[in-house]
Design a protein around this ligand. Structure first.
Ligand code: ZN
Length: 314
């Protein structure tokens, strides 16, 4: 008990000493406060930069929720994200594991996402009869209602996770831009407008202007299931060259960033250089730009290619 009291007294005296020394120093030297201020500012700055290193996505995730219906909200353009450059892999979060079927009958996919007739088919075609109702797959807000070239009459709905669903070849609209819609709400009626051979729904799934293979996110079965709540997307799942419209692609779901990064290693397609090849030829054949091809392979545009050399294409 006695020793404790001594300790407490010693402690109090020490505190008082430090306090007096500090004020004495401050009175003696006005630079002291300035210095302390500068030091604390530097410490704050350091903390802030450490925070950024710890969580580079932090700022982005705040922006994500705040500006989904604000930024790049253009009701006149089908794709307002032309200037946006998306970094891979990126993820889509769903707050549900079920979507509402875009049509009221069994979904028959007549053409899939991928390469078709030497061109990219950036959505899937679901069979319907002109006049059938077409419904919103998820809650959201209508961003675009209008005629868009090959798509014909089109409705675009943006959802809270940033995803956009695109419903094309419609015959009639049942919604207006800026309207909030619930999943399952009728958006319009199916048809053949635009470049459609026979009546069907051309359905696209986009994120920041980039189309994703819809079958990577959604199962077009009778359960209307979303394949996972958090899905990571790699270039493979986006690039139509990696898919063909006549066959369903095998696409295991990446649930984490690590999964996606590991997947990218396996997804890589290697090309072995043959006589007469040039970077331009290889790039063209694989729908890449020379710059992309050089970046993936860490080579210069003027590098000399050797026969038998391997280049990563994906
Ligand atoms: Zn189509």
């Amino acid at each position: 008990m006695f020793t404790n009291l001594i300790q407490i007294r010693f402690f109090l005296v020490t505190i008082l000493c430090i306090f007096f020394l500090n004020t004495a120093q401050a009175q003696e030297d006005p630079e002291f406060f300035k210095l302390r201020k500068v030091l604390s500012m530097k410490a704050n700055k350091l903390n802030a930069s450490l925070k950024l290193i710890e969580d580079p996505e932090a700022e982005d995730s705040i922006q994500k929720t705040d500006s989904i219906y604000g930024k790049y909200w253009d009701t006149l353009k089908m794709n307002p994200y032309k200037s946006y450059s998306l970094k891979y892999p990126f993820n889509i979060d769903f707050d549900t594991i079920q979507y509402a079927s875009p049509i009221d009958k069994k979904k028959v996919v007549t053409s899939r996402y991928g390469w078709r007739w030497g061109r990219a088919h950036r959505g899937i075609d679901i069979d319907l009869v002109t006049g059938d109702e077409v419904r919103a797959m998820l809650d959201g807000k209508v961003r675009f209602v209008g005629y868009n070239g090959g798509h014909g009459r089109t409705v675009v709905v943006r959802h809270a996770n940033g995803l956009e669903t695109v419903y094309a070849h419609l015959s009639k609209y049942k919604v207006k831009v800026n309207e909030n819609v619930k999943m399952g709400q009728v958006l319009g009626k199916g048809g053949t407008t635009g470049n459609a051979r026979g009546s069907h729904l051309h359905l696209e799934v986009r994120y920041k202007g980039v189309t994703i293979n819809p079958e990577y996110l959604f199962d077009f079965n009778k359960d209307n299931s979303i394949r996972a709540k958090d899905i990571w997307i790699t270039r493979n799942r986006v690039n139509p060259v990696n898919h063909v419209s006549t066959r369903k692609s095998k696409m295991p779901v990446y649930n984490t960033r690590e999964d996606a990064l590991n997947g990218v290693q396996k997804e890589r397609v290697v090309y072995i250089i043959r006589k007469g090849d040039t970077l331009g030829k290889i790039a063209r054949r694989h729908r890449l730009s020379i710059t992309q091809l050089c970046r993936i392979n860490s080579i210069r545009r003027n590098s000399i290619l050797r026969i038998g050399q391997r280049l990563i294409i994906n």
